[in-house]
Design a protein around this ligand. Structure first.
Ligand SMILES: Cc1cc2nc3c(=O)[nH]c(=O)nc-3n(C[C@H](O)[C@H](O)[C@H](O)COP(=O)(O)OP(=O)(O)OC[C@H]3O[C@@H](n4cnc5c(N)ncnc54)[C@H](O)[C@@H]3O)c2cc1C
Ligand code: FES
Ligand code: FES
Length: 1335
């Protein structure tokens, strides 16, 4: 290797300040550099692979040729700092700050309630901000497009989009179905006759500061001078292990290419970066030609267009758009096919970073563009020192044949895309788990040329992505079909031949084999129809059009801009103006979220001597540990220690939860040891060097079925029974039996589990800062692990980036693991789980298998139900028993079944231990209920909604566990939902649609809900608070609840403000800590405000009682005066408040109890459209009616409902955890686990808070944190309805079950048709599948 010069200085700007880095490390990415070097912590880490958008920044570059500045969004985690020479980076701190001025984007995101936990908010701000820099008056579509690469797990996106829409020039009033009318005006939503006034404004636009685009910071003139410098020279940055070289001209690049033939050319780094990070690739030299003007051009000729390899996919998009607008339609078929896929490929950030050259050369097997480029006869133009040549993309290059590869000294200069011709058709087709920002499950590019004026095939090409290790061509089949007419016979042969030629083996990596086989021919069929339609347009006399009923098969679902309305009870006009209760108050940290100034754990500055922890986890599901060799790890630079079970001074297995594996491992992902080092990179490198040898132990239990077989359970059976089930079965008209599988769910909180453990010098004290829902539990585990009294352990929790149940128990385990490391090394420990480790180690929602036997009359009345539930608890107890109890108790949902038995068992398996998750078993169990109701309806030939109504609780009743309740609000929600959603009219309209469309079907479903909050153990409903009034009148409130993004602290401030009768601005809430409120129970079960609100109310009332005599004497005095006087009179200005808790109980022996304090009711209607050929679906509209009683804060409550609904929708549709038969979790990041994005939310979304009374709770409110989750199942059952319509039309009338999640795979394979009949099926006994179902 030739020798390299010394390092250059790296110069770029961040937020207008010059950064000169003398020791630029090519391995450092911008996210690391911002957070750890520049200490700009507003930009967040949530995945590290470009898939979540939390780290979005704006990059700006000056183009000396065009003298323009180009701003684009980028994911900082994939930007090598060395690539930034001459660039200006803007982070959320540079956009605005509380200390100076907040930017309108930040202000509006906060005021529109677009932040909850706030972890995604800086990324959201940066995506909208960058869009505005380029388009100061964007269209609503541009807003949605700009946000497509940003994940949010809390809000459900609606308020975020809405905040963006306030910048649009067009009216932001909702335009129902394009009618131009606001839905508020429509009759069906008229509330004129109502007694209570209904409000619809959650924020006041008049409060927004105006947006003036001319006020944005200028591009640094120094960078313009640098860019225009005629004497630019090659740059070299020399790191610890690697070298980065940026050539200055094309010739220079070719020299370098020849000198370093193995060095990757780093362009967008969206392929190179992830392979270094996730696949351990190492490159000693990088060549970075990104800025070379020779790679940035568009050239059009009569034959087509040539685009420089350096063009980003976003620039490619713009260039193609221009060409399409200029050229006749027939010439631009390839361009238009590319444009369609460019809209959904990744998110806006990746499309702005990734380059055309990088895409073509990296040849991802899932490529969206290469199959189209190949089908469109595109060529790549190569250049080297020896000259130029072209290679066709439709040759062996895409299939990675070694002889067709680029020569080591060659680079791609450009890609030429020929124009299409008159009798020539080109299409791109794809299907992914979700519409945008998801790799294709199958992608395809197809083209056909006909003999002029005929339908005789002259040339046919088909390329498929994602069905093998490379993009593949069905070249043999295409050859055989040449000369054939484009007709049904040709199609039938084509399908058979292509399936033969592109055989996918049954155990293929990635799984979904039968689905992929079906997609291969379904997409081919779509192409066939499209071409037939095209031929008809060209010569309608000669070529008949496709049947009208098939028309809708041609189009993908459009990506629209969601719109909707939120309705809630207005505040009583006589309420004092200062009293904030009932108002839609903004989240108390919202502005800080939006400016990035809200401090999360890893945003805390480094502590002297701190060490980073990396984990080594088990790779076996059940095995004996034979040896652990740490010698190589210890020898690596920066490594301080390796910590194992031997190092735990106290309890290594507390309450059955194991900190460090000892002697044996019981799941893949169990922590075996941790490595403490001076940097995370060193800790991680060393963790990879720890060698563990195992000896497998039998049995290895992964699935529920295997657990039942081995009688492997975590708890005894739990049962609730009423009536006489056996007897009732004898007198019913019909009996049905069935099984429903509901798979698990990953919490996917945006902030992964993060802990800072600081050992104190004295008395074995330890301080922990962490994101948790249960600081007391952390304290307990750490004390047990260190063998010290709990009084020595202080846990501090300020906020966390989402939790959803995933931070109830797991932080205790991880906190103890960190504390042991801190105690052993005597140094502070920073432990941040990477996304992949977090998903692997901390597990999630319990997968469930529900078995039912239902006896009913022909009129739909259900007389008897015998239901059995099994949940996959994983390898340790965690909260599985409690989850099971909840789901058994709640499993009747809203229905009265006189003879009802429900039993449940938690299975012990060799999977990571599943844990609490929003809804706590209810969202799984109720799917089983809705499934059997739907099955009964199908048997009785009735609408499911009729059967639901017939069997729904109607009057004051007792639940199956004998708790009395009044279902009046349930009936009201149900009735309003049916009426206001115009359910029956839309159902008829959907049926009409279905009659006219064979391949697209619409479905509607309404689900009712009877949910309960709280815990069936009274002492678990207690809470305490501590309120201090200081002498300046300011108030510090502390309570036992944790702020997880749900707005708990915001509501508590509202409570304190009302009780103390002072403005909210006087009240401060800093953090939750075991040192201020001891023994607090977890913040979960929708009880946060209920119980902590009561405790705070109590404390405030105590204080007010003390102040009362002073106020009485001086009623016109000011708060500050009263406080001063109280101090003078020696009145204590500090009080603890306490709430004993709701007096709930449950006697499992007698199977009865007042298990829950009260019920929350609701109903939800969703309508979907399903593409029967691909299994994709589109959520057209959702109407939620939720019984909120009296809402303390409608904005927070609606935020919880919408967020939970979208999370529920994810559970039931797109979120799918994949496990190997050996118990290895494959889904470890946003690439292979798909939570909903902005594209998935309902096109129309209406939420209404229904008023009722709930005197038991504070201010007659209700806890709504979880209830919306189950509402998401309306989407599942709407899909069921649509699929049932498809099946009926195909002659399949038998009742069928749709398990959860209803992924595109499940939907497609349930829509049985000639294509599913055609694919080869494999005998399951002959192979081991790639993945298995664990429910
Ligand atoms: C989060 C995420 C989501 C994605 N989603 C999708 C998706 O939905 N659909 C899809 O199709 N793709 C998707 N991709 C893949 C993406 O399209 C490719 O990674 C990208 O196009 C590669 O371009 P790049 O400029 O970043 O390449 P780089 O990573 O910079 O380089 C990739 C390779 O190409 C070589 N190379 C680059 N330019 C040249 C050149 N001019 N001459 C010779 N060799 C060259 C390099 O040596 C290197 O080996 C996604 C990627 C990410 C990170
Ligand atoms: S952290 Fe960069 S995209 Fe997720
Ligand atoms: S607010 Fe978006 S992830 Fe929490």
């Amino acid at each position: 290797m030739p020798s390299l010069p010394n390092s250059d200085e790296l110069i770029f700007f961040v937020n207008g300040r010059k950064v000169t880095e003398k020791k630029a490390d090519p391995e450092a990415n911008l996210l690391f550099y911002l957070r750890k070097v520049l200490r700009l912590t507003g930009t967040k880490y949530a995945c590290g692979g470009g898939g979540c958008g939390a780290c979005t920044v704006m990059v700006s570059r000056y183009n000396p040729k065009t003298k323009t500045i180009h701003h684009f969004p980028a994911t900082a985690c994939l930007v090598p700092i060395c690539s930034l020479y001459g660039a200006a980076v803007t982070t959320v701190e540079g956009v605005g700050s509380i200390k100076t001025r907040i930017h309108p984007v930040q202000e509006r995101l906060a005021k529109c309630h677009g932040t909850q936990c706030g972890f995604c908010s800086p990324g959201m701000v940066m995506s909208i901000y960058t869009l505005l820099r380029n388009h100061p008056e964007p269209t609503p579509e541009q807003i949605t497009e700009a946000l497509g690469g940003n994940l949010c797990r809390c809000t459900g996106y609606r308020p975020i989009v809405e905040s963006g829409k306030t910048f649009c020039a067009e009216s932001t009033v909702c335009q129902v179905k394009g009618s131009g009318k606001c839905c508020l005006d429509s009759e069906e939503r008229s509330f004129a006759n109502r007694q209570e006034k209904i409000c619809t404004k959650l924020y006041n636009e008049d409060e927004f500061q105006p947006f003036d685009p001319s006020q944005e910071p200028i591009f640094p003139p120094e960078l313009i001078r640098m860019a225009e410098d005629p004497n630019k020279r090659r740059l070299t940055f020399q790191g610890e292990r690697t070298t980065w070289i940026a050539p200055v001209t094309l010739n220079d690049l070719l020299e370098l290419r020849a000198s370093f033939p193995k060095a990757p050319l780093v362009m967008g780094n969206t392929a190179v970066g992830p392979s270094i990070k996730f696949r351990n690739e190492f490159h000693p030299v990088f060549i970075s030609p990104l800025g070379l003007s020779e790679l940035h051009f568009v050239k059009t000729t009569d034959a087509g267009v040539t685009i420089g390899a350096g063009y980003s996919l976003a620039q490619l998009n713009d260039a193609l758009r221009f060409i399409v607008s200029e050229q006749p339609k027939e010439k631009t078929k390839t361009c238009r096919a590319l444009l369609k896929h460019l809209r959904t490929l990744a998110g806006a950030q990746i499309r702005n970073m990734a380059t055309l050259g990088g895409h073509v050369v990296s040849r991802p097997n899932y490529s969206d563009l290469n199959p189209i480029l190949a089908a469109g006869n595109a060529t790549i133009n190569l250049i080297s020192k020896d000259g130029q040549r072209q290679i066709p993309l439709n040759g062996p290059f895409l299939e990675r044949s070694p002889e067709a590869n680029l020569k080591s000294e060659e680079i791609v200069l450009s890609v030429s895309i020929p124009y299409s011709a008159q009798w020539h058709f080109v299409s791109g087709l794809r299907l992914a788990q979700r519409q945008e920002n998801a790799f294709a499950i199958v992608s395809a590019g197809m083209s056909v040329k006909f003999e002029d004026g005929t339908n005789v095939i002259k040339e046919l090409q088909m390329f498929y992505g994602s069905i093998g290790p490379t993009v593949v061509s069905a070249s043999q089949s295409c050859k055989q079909l040449t000369g054939r007419q484009w007709d049904d016979r040709m199609l039938s042969d084509a399908c058979r031949w292509v399936l033969d030629e592109l055989y996918i083996p049954p155990a293929a990596k990635g799984g979904m084999v039968e689905y992929k086989r079906t997609l291969i021919i379904s997409l081919l069929f779509k192409f066939y129809l499209k071409v037939r339609q095209g031929l008809n347009k060209m010569d309608p006399q000669k070529f008949p059009d496709i049947p009208e009923k098939f028309m809708s098969a041609l189009e993908d679902f459009p990506i629209g801009t969601p719109q909707g309305l939120q309705m809630f009870q207005c505040v009583d006009p006589y309420q004092p103006p200062q009293d904030p209760v009932g108002h839609p108050v903004m989240h108390q940290s919202a502005i800080k979220h939006a400016t990035g100034e809200a401090v999360f754990i890893d945003d805390m500055p480094p502590i002297d001597q701190e060490l980073f922890l990396a984990v080594v986890t088990s790779t076996r599901a059940h095995a004996k540990i034979i040896s652990i060799d740490i010698s190589e790890a210890l020898a690596l630079p920066g490594v301080v220690d390796v910590i194992t079970a031997e190092d735990v001074p106290g309890d290594n297995s507390h309450q059955g939860e194991i900190l460090y594996a000892q002697n044996e491992v019981i799941c893949v992902g169990q922590i075996v040891c941790t490595v403490a080092a001076d940097t995370y990179a060193h800790a991680k490198a060393a963790a990879k060097k720890v060698k563990i040898t195992y000896e497998d132990i039998e049995p290895k239990i992964i699935t529920i079925e295997q657990a039942i077989e081995h009688n492997s359970f975590l708890s005894v059976e739990k049962k609730i029974e009423q009536g006489n089930v056996e007897q009732a079965f004898k007198y019913v008209d019909q009996i049905i039996e069935g099984e429903v599988h509901v798979e698990g769910q990953e919490h996917f909180y945006m902030e992964t589990q993060t802990i800072l453990a600081i050992p104190k010098r004295e008395d074995k004290e330890m301080v922990l800062h962490l994101g948790t829902q249960f600081p007391t539990h952390v304290q307990e585990y750490v004390a047990a692990a260190l063998n010290v009294p709990r009084s020595r352990i202080a846990c501090h929790m300020k906020r966390t980036g989402g939790a959803f149940g995933g931070k109830v128990t797991k932080p205790a385990l991880l906190g103890a693991v960190s504390a042991v490391a801190a105690s052993k090394t005597g140094r502070p420990i920073r432990f941040i789980l990477e996304r992949g480790d977090d998903m692997l180690i901390t597990a999630g929602r319990h997968p469930l298998l529900g078995k039912y036997k239902i006896g009913f009359m022909n009129n739909g009345v259900i007389k008897a139900a015998d239901v059995e539930h099994y949940i996959n608890g994983g390898c340790t107890p965690d909260e599985s028993e409690l989850v099971l109890e909840f789901l058994v108790l709640k499993s009747e949902n809203a229905y009265y079944i006189p003879n009802f038995r429900c039993r449940g068992r938690a299975c012990k398996t060799n999977l990571p231990s599943n844990t609490a998750f929003r809804g706590f078993g209810f969202p799984q169990a109720t799917v089983v209920v809705e499934a059997y109701i739907t099955a009964v309806a199908s048997q009785c030939n009735l609408l499911p909604e009729k059967v639901k109504e017939i069997n729904m609780y109607k009057r004051i009743s007792r639940t199956a566990h004998k708790q009395t309740f009044n279902p009046e609000p349930l009936r009201r929600c149900w009735k309003e939902c049916l009426e206001k959603s115009s359910f029956y009219a839309r159902k008829l309209a959907a049926e009409e649609f279905n009659k006219k469309n064979y391949w697209k079907k619409r479905g509607l479903a309404v689900v009712p809900m009877k949910f309960t909050v709280g815990i069936p153990m009274a002492y678990y409903n207690q809470a305490a608070a501590l309120v201090h009034i200081y002498l300046d009148g300011s108030v510090l409130v502390t309570h036992g609840g944790c702020e997880l993004g749900q707005g708990l602290h915001t509501k508590i401030i509202q409570v304190a403000s009302r009780e103390l009768n002072i403005p909210q601005s006087y009240i401060h809430l800093s953090e939750t800590s075991t040192t201020t409120v001891p023994n607090a129970i977890f913040t979960a079960g929708s009880m946060g405000t209920d119980i902590n609100g009561k405790a705070v109310q109590n404390a405030c009332q105590i204080l007010m009682a003390r102040l009362h005599p002073i106020i009485r004497k001086n009623p016109k005095g000011k708060w500050e005066e009263w406080i001063a006087k109280a101090f003078e009179d020696s009145i204590s200005l500090s009080a603890t408040g306490y709430f004993k808790g709701y007096q709930t109980n449950m006697d499992w022996e007698r199977e009865e109890g007042n298990a829950y304090p009260y019920f929350v009711y609701g109903a939800c209607c969703s309508e979907v459209e399903v593409d029967c050929l691909t299994g994709a679906h589109k959520l057209l509209r959702t109407d939620i009616f939720m019984d909120a009683a009296f809402s303390i804060n409608p904005a927070v409550d609606i935020g919880q409902i919408e967020g939970a609904f979208i999370q529920g929708m994810g559970l039931y549709t797109t979120e799918e955890l994949k496990y190997s038969p050996e118990g290895v979790l494959y889904s470890r990041g946003p690439d292979d686990y798909k939570i909903p994005t902005v594209t998935e939310i309902p096109e129309e979304f209406y939420v209404t808070l229904v008023h009722s009374r709930n005197p038991i709770a504070i201010y007659s409110s209700k806890g709504l944190g979880e209830a919306g989750m189950f509402m998401g199942s309306s989407v599942l059952f709407a899909i069921y309805d649509a699929v049932a319509a498809a099946r009926r039309e195909r002659g399949l009338t038998k009742t069928f079950t749709l398990s959860s999640p209803a992924t595109p795979e499940v939907i497609r394979m349930t829509c049985v048709d000639q294509f599913t009949d055609m694919i080869p099926r494999d005998d399951p006994s002959t192979f081991t599948p790639w993945s298995i179902r664990v429910s």
